[in-house]
Write a protein of this length. Sequence first.
Length: 164
Amino acid sequence: MRLSVPLRFDIVFYVLGILCFVFAALIIPFLGGVTLLPVAFLIVLLLFGLLFAAFGYSTRPRHYRIVTPKPPEVKTEEKPTEAPRTPKAPQLPPSEPSKPRTELTRIKGIGTKRVQQLNALQIMSVEDLATFSAEELADKLKVSSKITAKWVEQAQNLVKERTV
């Protein structure tokens, strides 16, 4: 039975780099006088040695850690103990029919993010905004009072249009 071992190119490049460094070290004693040709050959051998070492480093095998996902936990539902049921009181219809509320996004300059900020201030509709003070709104939202005054004015105009 024959085992095959894959050729690792990083080792080949390391060996070539070491050979270049060895040849460069062997040339140094033979330089004698400093002439251009042997010095250039020495520099080229050193550069090739560095190049082969860099290629060897870049082709080395990587070791990755494989993370397997955990299986989902199975939750067992426990039946809650049943409390005695009490009959619910019948819900009465509202005595006064409520008017549908107008959306805040109908006002120019108010988008979905601004609607969320206004909802946090308990302003849920154009009718709520029409009754709000522009200065107080500007302070709470950290925007210009000119902008909030325009919003309040638009809201009041929309409310007037609905009542007419």
